[in-house]
Write a protein that binds this ligand. Structure first.
Ligand code: GLN
Length: 454
């Protein structure tokens, strides 16, 4: 059914960069057979899934929506992908994204944008717009994304899907093509909170291949979400509304839907408090220094030798350096180049203390703001994005306008805390997102509260 749906609609939505019908059907058949034999299968066995194209998958193209990786067939699968394979979820294919996960609209894909299924003239968000659009258009019930500054949650808000960024280190990054290693996390994109909890549970857990992976046991996320009932008492739950992430800059519709949920929580007995996080005003500035610094280092590996594309200089000698320059010049898009140059600059001797050093200090202040806020509240809430899905083409030429989409999502990445976006009503026929942020390693609490508000 999913493959039929892709066949019927993906010509217009362009959520997928690669569809593996044969492989998916093979896994589905295998699950049928095992089930008949009475095998002990994972609860998600047989449920189709789509993977963002920066998840390294054996024998499947993994391009990060970049020309520089076109034609690269990974010789291995990342840890998360291997868990999906082992649990026997049929992998339908790889989804579109902004090149190397840099962007908020999917328009920076080298292979053309994804279109928002709610309105095909609008962006599905980014960078994980392909995964979100595929789930929203009922082409697949589950997908995976990666979130460095909001790339799971903001597309979730724009497409009316659920998207979660787990606690930093909860999910292995081995085999996720690195964008900014201190911020990146893989997470679920689904239609329900339960599905997201089940999928996060499956992909979580310690991995010796990732030195930042947490050693702690994985909480029973699905079980705790199941225990949440709509009518159940939530009296005494302390919910903090982040002052810096509401009001000015948020569209009236988004703000209205957010306020109604907060009001409903109050009526159900929650203690709603306003929390002040003054350093959040500098979160974007810090993110757009730290992230490019890490990008410039991580993307140095695309040298025209190790992976995919190799371009020889048009004239003159064929030296390693000149092949590298020609390959990177032809293979990377504008936005990727902009960030590499910015990152190289902020790390250069003479500049590093003023830019990178200051940004790291702001990062510490943001963590402290979170710590203080979590003294007053159990969870924090905000709209996921300042607006609903914008028109394709509207922000493509204006990097600042594109970057400002991430104001509400970036702080959680800088602090490493878990955050989820759930659908929250329609404004002019377009979905809005409601974000729940929990303290580090309290993903379970985040899911329970998310289930309460949907
Ligand atoms: N939109 C943000 C950026 O362009 C977030 C990207 C992400 O989370 N991968 O950096």
């Amino acid at each position: 059914a999913c493959l039929d749906r892709i066949e019927a609609f993906d010509g217009r939505v362009h959520a997928f960069l690669h569809v593996d019908a044969e492989g998916a059907l093979r896994t589905a058949d295998e699950v049928d057979r095992l089930r008949e034999e009475g095998a002990d299968l994972h609860p998600l066995a047989g449920v189709p899934i789509a993977l963002k194209d920066n998840l390294v998958t054996r024998q499947m193209p993994t391009t990060c929506a970049s020309k520089i990786l076109e034609g690269w067939m990974p010789p291995y699968s990342g840890t998360v992908v291997q868990r999906i394979i082992d649990a026997k979820l049929p992998i339908l294919g790889k989804t579109n994204m902004d090149e190397f996960a840099m962007g908020s609209s999917c328009e920076y894909s080298a292979f053309g944008p994804t279109y928002n299924p709610w309105d095909l003239t609008r962006a599905p968000g980014g960078s994980g717009g392909g995964s979100a659009a595929a789930v929203a258009a009922f082409m697949v019930p589950l997908a995976l994304g990666s979130d460095t500054g909001g790339s799971i949650r903001q597309p979730g808000a724009f497409t009316g899907t659920v998207g979660a960024k787990p606690t930093y280190g909860a999910v292995s990054r081995y085999g996720l093509v690195a964008m900014a290693s201190s911020l990146d996390q893989i997470g679920p994109v689904t239609r329900t909170v339960r599905d997201a909890a089940a999928l996060q549970e499956l992909i979580s857990g310690h991995d010796p291949h990732d030195s930042t992976s947490l050693p702690d046991p994985v909480p029973a996320l699905l079980e705790s979400v199941k225990q949440v009932s709509k009518e159940g008492s939530i009296e005494g739950l302390r919910v903090g509304v982040i002052k810096q992430l509401t009001g000015e800059g948020y569209s009236a519709g988004v703000q209205h839907h957010f306020d109604s949920v907060v009001q409903a929580l109050k009526e159900r007995g929650c203690e709603v408090v306003e929390v002040d996080c003054p350093s959040f005003d500098y979160a974007m500035a810090a993110y757009y220094l730290i992230m490019p610094a890490e990008v410039s280092s991580n993307l140095a590996r695309f040298d025209g030798v190790r992976y995919g594309l190799r371009v020889e200089p048009e004239e003159g000698p064929v030296t390693a350096e000149r092949v590298m320059a020609a390959t990177r010049g032809a293979g990377f898009g504008h936005e990727v180049k902009r960030r590499i140059i910015l990152g190289t600059y902020v790390l250069s001797s003479g500049q590093v203390d003023a830019y990178y050093g200051s940004a790291q200090k702001v990062r510490t202040l943001i963590k402290r703001d979170f710590a203080a806020a979590f003294e007053k509240a159990d969870v924090l809430v905000s709209p996921t994005a300042p607006t609903t899905a914008f028109q394709l083409g509207q922000r493509q030429e204006d990097p600042m306008a594109m970057y400002l989409n991430d104001v509400a999502t970036v702080p959680a990445n800088l602090a490493g805390v878990p955050a989820i976006s759930v659908p929250n009503g329609l404004e002019d026929g377009l979905p809005c997102g409601f974000q729940v942020i929990a303290p580090e390693q309290q993903d379970e609490l985040m899911y329970r509260v998310a289930q309460l508000v949907v």
